[in-house]
Design a protein around this ligand. Structure first.
Ligand code: UDX
Length: 491
């Protein structure tokens, strides 16, 4: 067989083949119905495929089967209910049922950071593959989607070969996923590219058949979805390289924010100016409290760990700096809080006892209820440790945040959070906060002081309403400082 790479061809009709189940389109299973698997399962059903979502967590499967998405993702609830009612989408905890149903089985389980180091924990991948493989009595394609260290696909192929019944001819492929929380439906249905890591023509053709719905939608909208066909290792690396690049871009602008703070410059204008250069681009240059979430932080650490194993740790040493810059931005908020509240910053941090701080935002980014490695929540925890009374409001993330950090007070509205506050900290750029009226909020607080941890407010408008404003990497605005004259760069 010949693997063609790199290739950026659109759908190739000659490559479409009959799936082992004999139907017109392959039947798909998604092993793991967390963020990645559930979103994918629902969206592929929406594109007309027969889909089975599989998970060992009965309560999660129960909720999904009942029409409830267990996390917040705009638009997904409606798609879930619609596709359950068409009968195309089902959920199960039974791997045997999954094996009998599917032509293509997507591995979508989590690969979290190991508790004992930086590397990825592959135990869920192993569990899913060894639970499925013994039941695969006919030809099928097992496709990895989870983010994994390079070399995992070969290991999965060995696991399958060892555990599948003799003669079942199961093949493995790797097709990483680039979906962003908050835009996940769009990212699955209208991906900007697909990557197929394959070892045979059959696997390649099955992947084309699997994504036929995506190609058809693109053609109907006069778009093309580029496909890059690669070997296993390249497909695995594409995902971690993409996330490492994005993390680096964010830490780059946050490093510039540090310099701007020392030099009295404004990083938002700097980002705007360098972003006009098409080689740099304006995306992912928003300085603030840094990146978090279930992907970027753990992926850059696992990538470093894997590079060390491969003897090329030095090549990724910069990612350690990227991580450190990211952590330092969280600490910056404490310095600003001490400064605004007129408290000294000792070796153990500031003593903010007796002050009341309103925190707006707990999730790692807006339009999500995800608080994994959230900068907002980490800063909240640190503020709480200073002795301040911290009150948090987040439009979607309160339940998850309370589980992570039960010691602070959570309220259910913006107004409640800021009432009598000595300081307001905006740590996630929810629309509700970006468009809050500083005049009205000013009537509720005990002192008009705000830290804009996401540079999402207009300093001129807030200072005009009498607020002392501190952004990230931008000049202080408000009392005792010269007024800020530039227009703000909001996210
Ligand atoms: C990321 C990748 O973007 C996606 O391709 C991959 O599949 C999964 O990981 P996600 O974790 O949903 O997606 O979030 P993303 O939008 O990338 O943001 C990550 C973090 O970076 C957030 O905390 C966000 O607030 C922060 N960020 C992003 C910045 O601080 N500045 C920016 O300019 C952009």
């Amino acid at each position: 067989m010949t693997v063609q790479y790199p290739s950026t061809s659109a759908v190739q009709p000659h490559a479409l083949i009959t799936p082992p189940s004999g139907g017109p389109r392959p039947r798909l299973t998604f092993l793991g119905t967390g963020y990645l698997g559930a979103t994918h399962a629902i969206c592929m059903a929406e594109l007309g495929y027969e889909v089975l979502g599989v998970d060992v967590d009965e309560s999660k499967i129960g909720k999904l089967a009942d029409g409830q998405v267990p996390f917040h993702e705009p638009g997904l609830d409606e798609l879930l209910r619609r596709n359950l009612s068409t009968g195309r989408l089902h959920f199960t905890t039974d791997y045997k049922e999954a094996a009998e149903f599917g032509d293509v089985h997507f591995i979508c389980v989590g690969t979290p950071q190991r508790p004992d180091g930086m590397a990825a924990d592959l135990s869920y991948v192993e569990a899913a593959v060894t639970a499925l493989a013994p039941h695969l009595h006919r030809k099928a394609l097992v496709v990895g989607k989870s983010t994994v260290p390079v070399g995992t696909a070969d290991w999965v192929a060995q696991l399958v070969a060892r555990n599948a019944p003799p003669g079942s001819e199961v093949e493995v492929a790797w097709s990483p996923e680039f979906l962003r929380e908050g835009f996940a439906v769009e990212d699955v249905i209208r991906p900007d590219r697909l990557v197929f890591g394959v070892k045979s023509e059959w696997a390649r053709s099955m992947l084309y058949a699997t994504y036929k719905g995506v190609f058809e939608l693109a053609a109907a909208e006069d778009r093309e979805v580029p496909v890059v066909v690669t070997d296993f290792a390249t497909a695995e690396l594409v995902k971690v390289a993409a996330n490492a690049f994005l993390a680096t871009k964010i830490s780059f602008i946050n490093a510039m924010a540090e310099v701007c703070e020392a030099a009295g410059a404004d990083v938002t204008l700097l980002a705007k100016a360098i972003g006009y250069d098409a080689r740099i681009g304006k995306a992912f240059l928003r300085a603030g409290v840094g990146f978090g979430g279930g992907c970027l932080p753990k992926d850059i650490r696992a990538f470093q760990a894997r590079a060390q194993e491969l003897g090329v740790g030095e090549a990724l040493r910069f990612l350690h700096e990227v991580d450190l810059i990211n952590q330092r931005r969280r600490a910056r908020v404490l310095h600003l809080a001490a400064e605004l509240l007129g408290r000294p910053f000792g070796p153990a941090g500031p003593d903010l006892a007796g002050t009341r701080i309103a925190v707006l935002g707990a999730t790692f980014k807006p339009n999500s209820d995800d608080v994994r490695d959230s900068p907002a929540l980490a800063v909240t925890k640190a503020l709480h440790k200073t002795g301040a009374t911290v009150t948090v409001y987040d439009p979607q993330g309160t339940d998850n945040a309370r589980r992570e950090l039960p010691t602070v007070t959570y309220v259910s509205s913006l107004n409640e959070a800021v009432r009598d506050a000595d300081l307001v900290c905006v740590l996630t750029e929810w629309e509700e906060f970006r468009h809050a009226d500083p005049e009205k909020l000013g009537e509720l607080v005990s002192a008009r002081r705000v830290i804009d941890g996401r540079n999402c407010l207009d300093p001129a408008v807030w200072s005009a309403a009498g607020w002392e404003y501190r952004g990230m990497g931008r000049p202080a605005v408000g009392r005792q400082t010269a007024p800020h004259t530039s227009s703000p760069e909001t996210a």
